[in-house]
Write a protein of this length. Structure first.
Length: 220
């Protein structure tokens, strides 16, 4: 009877050890499997709400997407324009001289006109009328546009015929065109208006007596 008890109890110990070893192996395998699942989950998972394998949004993309609809994103500030200094004049540059003023365009006529005289007075000496005159020429216009008759030499006498053909205008006769007058009318005016120096063109006959006399432009 004692021999059967030993035979029965001998085989039970190995079974308990095998059971313990199996439990230990199972626990080790379970722990390894759990750690493997956690690592894969940690590697594949991104930020909250992001699918595995998708790249995380950048800050600029996040700010652009968060802007309200219809609002343009702020643009980069424009570069400030470069300010170049204004060119300065070169010191000591030569000054261009001004051109000289144009000279007079008027050239005086001959020193003495052959048929123009300035009449000042008259004289009845010798029984005939003689005009007291000075020869000369027209000069250049002066201020106001008047053209003077420039006399040359001293006063001289030229006899005038009683029937000379004479034409006169202002101030002897009214108007600006010559009108006929007699020798007596002319000498009467010269007696009351001496030394006016009215300019006349004249002609003489063979005896050297004035037979035609015409007043020219009146100048004082």
């Amino acid at each position: 009877m004692g021999g059967r008890g030993k035979a029965v109890q001998g085989p039970r110990r190995p079974r308990r050890r095998a059971s313990a070893a199996a439990l230990l192996l199972c626990g080790t395998l379970a722990l390894t499997a759990c750690n493997g699942d956690d690592g894969a989950a940690g590697a594949g998972a991104g930020p909250a709400g992001t699918a595995p394998g998708a790249s995380a949004p950048t800050p600029s993309a996040t700010s652009a997407s968060s802007a309200p609809a219809g609002t343009a994103a702020p643009s980069a500030p424009a570069a400030a324009p470069s300010k170049k200094p204004a060119p300065t004049a070169t010191a000591g540059a030569p000054v261009k001289p001004k051109p000289p003023a144009p000279g007079p365009t008027c050239a005086p006529k001959d020193p003495v006109s052959p048929n123009e005289i300035a009449v000042y007075r008259y004289t009845p000496e010798g029984g005939a009328y003689s005009l007291i005159v000075r020869h000369g020429h027209w000069g250049c216009p002066v201020a106001g546009g008047a053209t003077p008759f420039v006399t040359v030499g001293e006063e001289t006498y030229i006899p005038i015929a009683d029937d000379a053909e004479i034409g006169a205008h202002d101030p002897i006769l009214p108007g600006s065109t010559n009108k006929p007058i007699t020798t007596h009318e002319l000498t009467s005016w010269l007696e009351t208006h001496p030394n006016k120096g009215l300019v006349f063109h004249y002609g003489v006959n063979k005896a050297g007596v004035i037979d035609t006399l015409g007043q020219e432009e009146y100048t004082m």
